[in-house]
Design a protein around this ligand. Structure first.
Ligand SMILES: *[C@@H]1O[C@H](CO)[C@@H](O)[C@H](O)[C@H]1NC(C)=O
Ligand SMILES: *[C@@H]1O[C@H](CO)[C@@H](O)[C@H](O)[C@H]1NC(C)=O
Length: 337
């Protein structure tokens, strides 16, 4: 025994009731917080789990015979033929609050995309329309949707709802189409890769009543927490890119939930991080019209927070380390006093 008794055992011997109560409280606390702990774990796991079986869901030349450069497709190809079109010909643009609808520049950018897809149905979701749509189609989510703290959360949640209900293509107002998106309509769900992990919700296309998009809608209440009390995590983890990517990463079979990235030697070819030009879009950058939020929130909410999560995990680790060191250094001093 060498005279060494572990601290819990010593407390148990001297204060058995206190010890048992503490353990009971701890177990009770963990039980109460189990959903929070589980959800927090899923979010933190994204950077590590995202690339599991990536070869099954990343669109590729080898598995899908798809030309990732799009050079082989006509700029005007609005259908996936000879493949079946699984994504219906519908466009959704969202402009809530004093958003893009009041700025002719963004309306022109949107119109360019519509002109490249003649005859497609096109929704421009403004406040009144969105209000009655959510009330009618998702009444159980209406209160939550109304009381989201940040306007960008309302926009994000609405993306999933309209995409689920109608199917089609959800596109940010600042994404300028360089060509028709027909070649991608053969897949049930498509979004573009976001760096360092996950996908960008600024562009998503899906079949009508797609099961995965349904899960993006149904899980909204569960992840609607004021994560760490800070705006970035709140937006990213409750509705944003990190939220959607986490749901994706935890699907049993992700092979139909396609992600558009570049080939291995140019993986970021289709990434929409920052003001970039990809084979299908010019990303013009929307911070100028999101007057209600810092550009950072918008950017992180849309294009992923893998880095931020890593930072947070690191910060928590360092904090624990520092606390332990500080305690250790303090102990002898207190003993002397
Ligand atoms: C593009 O077309 C060329 C010529 O028809 C062909 O050799 C090439 O394999 C195609 N690339 C892809 C990725 O489909
Ligand atoms: C996943 O689903 C696809 C088609 O939906 C199927 O072909 C494939 O075998 C499934 N993979 C696994 C591992 O179950």
């Amino acid at each position: 025994m060498m005279g060494i008794i572990s601290a819990p055992a010593r407390v148990y011997r001297t204060h058995p009731i206190l010890f048992s109560c503490s353990i009971a409280l701890l177990v009770f606390g963990l039980l109460c917080a189990r959903h929070l702990l589980h959800d927090a774990w899923t979010l933190a796991a994204l950077p590590f789990l995202w690339f599991r079986h990536a070869d099954r869901f990343m669109i590729s030349a080898e598995a899908d015979g798809f030309d990732l450069s799009f050079a082989n497709y006509s700029e005007h190809q609005v259908s996936a033929a000879p493949f079946a079109d699984r994504v219906p010909p519908v466009f959704h643009h969202i402009s809530l609050g004093s958003g893009a609808a009041s700025h002719s520049k963004w309306m022109d950018v949107r119109q360019d995309c519509l002109d490249m897809h003649p005859g497609w149905e096109a929704f421009l979701w403004t406040d009144d329309m969105a209000d009655s749509f959510v009330a009618k189609q998702f009444p159980e989510l209406k209160h939550m949707w109304d009381t989201y703290r940040y306007p960008i959360q309302k926009i994000d949640a609405l993306r999933y709802m309209v995409l689920y209900h109608y199917g089609g293509i959800v596109l940010d107002m600042d994404l300028q189409c360089k060509r028709a998106l027909g070649p991608l309509r053969r897949f049930e769900f498509v979004s573009t890769e976001a760096h360092p992990a996950g996908f960008s919700i600024g562009f998503m296309m899906a079949s009508k009543r797609n099961a995965f998009v349904g899960k993006l809608v149904r899980n909204l209440p569960r992840y609607n927490r004021n994560w760490l009390g800070l705006p970035y995590p709140a937006v990213m983890f409750s509705t944003g890119c990190h939220y959607a990517s986490t749901i994706h990463a935890f699907q049993h079979n992700r092979s139909e939930l396609k992600i558009l990235a570049g080939p291995k030697d140019n993986f970021k070819l289709h990434s929409l991080n920052g003001p970039v030009s990809t084979p299908i879009f010019n990303h013009l950058g929307s911070s100028s019209w999101h007057s209600y939020d810092a550009a950072m929130i918008v950017t992180i909410g849309k294009f992923g927070g893998g880095k931020t999560v890593l930072l947070l995990v690191g910060a928590v680790g360092v904090t624990f380390f520092v606390i332990r060191r500080t305690k250790r250094r303090r102990e002898p001093v207190m003993l002397k006093a």
